[in-house]
Design a protein around this ligand. Structure first.
Ligand code: M8P
Length: 831
């Protein structure tokens, strides 16, 4: 792209007026898209109906998008930027219809074409640009910021391939690429004119400028273009549409030219391919780093493109003197993944805008804020210094300088404490020197937060303790949330209607109002209780249909629906769940059926492709399901299913249908969890450990409406020194029977020894997840669940109370706290 091509021509574009939202207007527009735009003259496939409808809806976002954008760009309007390698958006059509409040006329318009809205919505592929909780949290944050009219722009990567699709073949996970953009994406607008040039490789060159000042420039680089694609994020019925800007990598023209002139056409194409690889695929690891060079390229690509774009927007809005930059801009880093932004902002301010070090450092440390999402040691990002030197040499210079100055500060504060210096250094010494990204984030940020009360406490007591002693004021907690628009109003329309019939519908934008349901919960034998159960039953029927279709297992909606859906990880202990299932199976086989409660156990989630143990756990679940479901003696008393390809759009069916939410991680390991909140809002009861946000959920709903079990975080730590799982197994006949049955080959007669590694891991004194330590207390808690289920009136009361007390877990509250304590933005039209 030449600079001339790139020059923006200002056109007299008018202020867009809102379009009519009645069924006739929607149907006219839909028809026009189908014919004039898509060229469908007679019949067409559902895919085209989806496309035409999405464009029709997108048009209705445009006037609000324009006004919001212009409002955000006003001079001196402070903005926040959410930097994240992941945005797990899911589907957009239904959510946009809800937020624009045009579901009914749209349904009516489609009827004129004999099309059904629900079926059309099913055509949309999930935008799976994230792994799990961390990515979905970013998407919920975007929804709430738009709803609160906060000037927040999301920056991410437009991966060509999102989270892989999971199939189950011979009981095992098989991964397939997710080419979600194949049929085009109506929810994005390419803005090639705002591309940025991103440098890689090369070296630092020192020179004197025209005024004789010593300066550095980064030269000899291989550059890649970052092209922005904007996704509209509609607020709930508030005429606000915020922007999620996703970057696509594209080769520069030189890439082609240089090689082409040397007569090597194929090399030119290969170079282009390499450049474009950067945004090709999302790394499918949730909570474990893999240290691949391409991943570091992705991180720098996002950080650099976003910072350059933010500076461009700031200048466009009248910014000029960098003294005010920190007053106008704040960057929230979603975990350490985009943390290279700290060094990149320094580089831009010093090398490109010629500020001195202290000026640049003051600005950077007033602009950057860091959220930590995990304590798992394997998720702590470290990059080898040699990789930085090769890929981002100028950034390494800057990191070294940040570190040298920081260590001087530490040694002044704690003279002679060399061990502390070693611990706190951003550069970790060892056979291979590494850059500790979390330390860079802490040193470069004015705010550091965890994602639930316990997690934030564990951070300052443990991992970040040295830094907490130095800068206690930087550390804070922001308990996660989820958006009630997608997770209740959209996913559970029947419940939404029932709740609104009693307390009005303002709870959707002010979730604390759900407290008004409390009096309806406590009065038993009412029509409301009955209606509540009927809604749940209908939602369970809907899920049963999905389970039949995807797993070929019969779930009876009269049974207790016991559900655990999340990434498969040893710390989340899907194993504990399946050990309990086997225990129930043994009870049934032994004829112990007194006071039996029929249960349908649903488990779902993806394993990182290289995580062998997680994949083995999936296989065990599927083998147990095969045996249990096909045993005629068991019948409807116990059903087990593993739902393949768990994703955002499956959770929209699953959460409304759950009776029991399984949140059973080893205490101290799950930073927060957010699935726990989606289930709670939809009236599920939780069986959970004292971990992450479970603790706050129990505080909100009351211990009598929550099934707590297991060791606490400090007890887990204390037990580590003397953990003897084989003694536990020997002393607990039920547990012994479960382990013996697995060992006997009952679930794997074709492959002897297949599950030995699982048995060995839970029986190891070094089992970090201490699964067996919690077995007895888990089984006891599950027995209490069964007893509670037998009193349906009482269960209904507890279910309503869970919804009623879930108001705190709205991301609206989370975003208001980020804004109050960190971002300090003015909402809406305020300047
Ligand atoms: C860590 C990575 C480390 C290296 C490379 C890739 C990675 C991708 C993801 C993560 C990661 O930390 N993932 C998480 S943290 N997934 C989650 O769900 C976590 O964040 C949620 C939102 O705060 C929390 O609710 C979860 O408890 C937490 O595990």
């Amino acid at each position: 792209m030449s600079s001339q091509e790139n020059c923006e021509i200002l056109l007299p574009i008018p202020t867009l007026q809102p379009l009519d939202n009645d069924a006739a207007a929607i149907s006219d527009d839909f028809q026009r898209y189908l014919t004039y735009h898509l060229g469908r003259f007679k019949g067409c496939t559902p895919a085209y109906i989806y496309q035409a409808l999405s464009h029709t809806v997108r048009d209705r976002l445009m006037p609000h998008w324009q006004s919001t954008w212009l409002n955000h760009l006003q001079p001196q309007k402070r903005r926040a930027y959410y930097l994240s390698l992941e945005f797990l958006i899911g589907r957009a059509l239904g959510n946009n219809l809800l937020n624009l409040a045009i579901e009914n006329p749209t349904q009516e318009a489609l009827k004129r074409f004999s099309a059904d809205l629900e079926q059309v919505e099913e055509r949309e592929p999930d935008a799976g640009l994230g792994n799990g909780g961390l990515g979905r949290l970013a998407a919920c944050f975007m929804d709430s910021c738009a709803t609160l009219a906060l000037p927040v722009i999301g920056y991410g990567i437009r991966y060509e391939y999102g989270m892989f699709r999971q199939r189950i073949e011979n009981d095992e996970q098989v991964e397939e690429p997710d080419h979600w953009l194949r049929e085009g994406n109506p929810w994005e607008i390419e803005r090639a004119e705002y591309h940025q040039r991103i440098q890689f490789g090369g070296y630092s060159e020192f020179y004197k400028d025209a005024h004789g000042e010593e300066r550095v420039r980064w030269v000899g680089t291989q550059d890649v273009l970052a092209i922005p694609f904007d996704v509209p994020i509609a607020g709930y019925k508030n005429n606000t549409v915020n922007t999620l800007r996703l970057w696509k990598a594209s080769a520069t023209d030189e890439f082609n030219l240089q090689e082409f002139n040397q007569g090597s056409y194929t090399e030119a194409v290969q170079a282009k391919n390499e450049a474009e690889h950067i945004s090709m695929v999302l790394y499918p690891n949730d909570s474990s780093e893999n240290g691949k060079e391409l991943r570091l390229r992705q991180q720098y690509f996002l950080a650099s493109a976003s910072l350059k774009d933010a500076i461009r927007l700031w200048k466009k809005g009248g910014g000029g003197d960098f003294k005010t930059f920190a007053a106008d801009n704040v960057f929230q880093m979603n975990d350490t993944h985009p943390t290279i932004a700290v060094a990149e902002l320094m580089r831009l301010l010093i090398d490109e805008y010629h500020l001195n070090w202290d000026e640049a450092w003051n600005i950077t440390t007033q602009c950057m804020a860091y959220t930590n999402h995990t304590l798992l040691p394997e998720a702590l990002e470290r990059w080898p210094v040699y990789l930085f030197r090769r890929l981002l040499p100028r950034l390494l210079d800057i990191i070294y300088e940040i570190n040298a100055r920081f260590l001087r500060l530490v040694s002044r504060r704690w003279p002679g404490d060399t061990d502390r210096l070693r611990r706190m250094s951003i550069i970790e010494e060892g056979p291979v020197q590494q850059v500790r990204m979390a330390w860079l984030a802490i040193v470069g940020s004015f705010s550091i937060n965890g994602v639930a009360a316990l997690h934030s406490q564990l951070l300052v007591d443990g991992l970040f303790h040295d830094f907490y002693e130095l800068w206690p004021h930087k550390f804070n907690n922001k308990t996660n949330g989820v958006t009630p628009r997608r997770w209740v109003a959209f996913a559970n329309p029947a419940l939404t209607q029932l709740v609104s019939s009693k307390i009005g519908d303002s709870w959707i934008a002010n979730l604390q109002e759900l407290e008004k349901l409390v009096p309806y919960a406590t009065k038993k034998h009412t029509a409301f209780h009955k209606a509540w159960r009927e809604v749940k039953h209908a939602n369970k029927q809907r899920l049963a249909t999905l389970v039949k279709q995807d797993c070929n297992v019969d779930f009876n909606p009269d049974s207790l629906f016991d559900i655990q859906v999340k990434r498969i990880h040893e710390y989340k202990r899907q194993l504990l769940n399946i050990l309990h299932v086997i225990h129930l199976y043994i009870r049934l086989k032994n004829g112990k059926t007194d006071n039996w409660v029929n249960r349908c156990v649903l488990i779902g989630g993806k394993a990182a492709p290289g995580y062998v143990m997680a994949k083995r756990i999936i296989k065990l679940i599927n083998r147990v399901a095969d045996i249990v479901n096909n045993d005629e003696e068991i019948g409807e008393r116990l059903k087990v299913a593993f739902i393949p390809n768990y994703r955002v759009s499956s959770m929209e069916i699953i959460a409304p249908a759950a009776d029991l939410s399984e949140q059973i991680s080893t205490a101290g390991k799950e930073a927060s969890g957010t699935g726990n909140m989606k289930f709670m809002m939809n009236g599920a009861l939780t069986i959970g450990t004292y971990d992450g946000a479970n603790i706050e959920i129990m505080d909100a709903v009351g211990a009598e409406n929550f099934f707590l079990f297991g060791l606490k975080a400090d007890e887990v730590q204390a037990l580590r020194h003397d953990y003897r799982p084989w003694d536990i197994a020997a002393q607990d006949a039920d547990l012994k029977a479960v382990l013996d049955l697995i060992r006997s080959g009952h679930f794997n007669d074709c492959a002897p020894g297949e599950f030995e590694p699982i048995l060995n891991s839970v029986l190891s004194a070094n089992d970090p997840w201490m699964t067996l330590a919690d077995f007895r207390s888990y089984v006891d808690a599950q027995d209490k669940v069964a007893t509670a289920w037998q009193d349906q009136e009482h269960w209904t009361r507890m279910s309503i109370l869970n919804t009623a007390h879930s108001g705190f877990f709205s991301t609206d509250r989370t975003m208001l706290e980020y804004n109050r304590d960190i971002w300090k933005l003015k909402a809406g039209a305020e300047i």
